[in-house]
Design a protein around this ligand. Structure first.
Ligand code: HPA
Ligand code: ZN
Length: 340
């Protein structure tokens, strides 16, 4: 279904907040080749087109295998800066005004890249994005759930010298067989340190993992969460307690969480009163940045102008922005909605 031009204009104009974006997932094939050349890394592809052709995933793990392999070209501080700056430029073009970025420190420390390099490069880009575009951002440190609790504790400890540089902790990687309960103690420690907790749950894993993330990790947002509808009492709980879901519709399509975007439960959850938001997850791998996700979801599920505005408001409210900035952003969203 083509998108109504007035909805297209509204989507372009709406000030957006991105809450589910893995910075390593913004590595476009062109940059992968450029960095591989810079560092003399051999890639198992002979062209950018061959890389793109390889992005035909059948589940989360088939994506993660390529995503972790791609990270190997990220070696020095400038690489992390270049990666993040390219994302910020692209996000600014989509009118993103605030972004809370996930990063996977274990993917880098396991290759011998010091945390100082990762934090340093990302921080340089975050400062430049604020100066150049007025785009504010925060970092959320994700633990890889396929690794051990002990490894997560060691990662948190190693990141403590950089405590002021990240706002929260998250949980990502292969979900099946790696329940939130595995990380209950490390999340307790992170919360004691004042870190804001979020977790991927209910992407490929069952609705029970969403309950665990809420009850055991005490998360403030659920990343993905689309399998919540297997448990009507959970959907009720999410709506009643205003627990935001950071949904990534094009990711769900590419990783075969849904067969067709028209089957996606995004609109149903929104209409049920769940605070759903639209995000891009790993846009270089899934074929679309945040505005593409807004457009595709609106076209496939029949979102109205008022519903699109609600999505943007949900994201502003679900952000970790201080209250004055959040209220200012909500006012901006309403002003754009009134103009459209
Ligand atoms: N799910 C789990 N882990 C991830 C993802 C995702 O969509 N993207 C990057 N790491
Ligand atoms: Zn994700």
């Amino acid at each position: 279904m083509p998108l109504d031009p007035s909805l297209e204009r509204l989507i372009r104009r709406l000030p957006k907040v991105e809450l589910h974006l893995h910075i390593e997932g913004t590595l476009e094939p062109e940059m992968m080749f450029a960095l591989a050349g810079k560092h003399g890394v051999a890639l198992p592809y002979d062209s950018v087109e061959a890389v793109r052709r390889a992005y035909a995933f059948h589940d989360l793990q088939s994506f993660l295998d390529l995503y972790y392999a791609g990270c190997d070209v990220l070696r020095d501080r400038r690489d992390f800066y270049t990666l993040a700056m390219a994302y910020f430029a692209r996000a600014h073009a989509d009118n993103v005004v605030h972004a809370e970025l996930f990063f996977d420190p274990q993917t880098h420390t396991a290759r011998g890249i010091p945390l100082e390099v990762v934090f340093g490069g990302l921080r340089d880009a975050m400062e430049d994005a604020q100066r150049r575009y007025g785009l504010t951002s925060e970092l959320i440190l994700c633990f890889l759930r396929h690794l051990s609790e002990e490894d997560a504790f060691a990662t948190l400890d190693a990141a403590l010298p950089f405590r002021s540089e990240f706002i929260g902790v998250g949980l990502d990687s292969g979900e099946r067989g790696n329940p939130p309960s595995k990380f209950e103690r490390v999340f307790a420690k992170a919360r004691d340190l004042g870190l804001r907790p979020v977790a991927h749950a209910g992407e490929e894993g069952p609705a029970a993992y969403i309950h665990e993330a809420l009850d055991l990790l005490k998360v403030e947002r659920i990343d993905h969460g689309v399998r919540c509808d297997e448990d009507p009492a959970l959907v009720e709980r999410l709506a009643r307690d205003h627990i935001p879901l950071t949904v990534c519709p094009l990711s769900n399509l590419k990783l075969c969480v849904v067969k067709d975007l028209a089957d996606h439960n995004f609109a149903a959850l929104l209409r049920r009163g769940v605070a759903v938001t639209i995000n891009s997850d790993d846009p270089a791998y899934f074929g679309g940045y945040i505005a593409d996700n807004y457009r595709a979801t609106a076209a496939a599920t029949g979102l109205t102008a008022a519903e699109l505005v609600t999505c943007a408001e949900n994201a502003a409210r679900a952000s970790f922005l201080p209250t004055p900035a959040r209220d200012g952003l909500l006012a901006q969203i309403r002003a754009e909605a009134a103009r459209a």
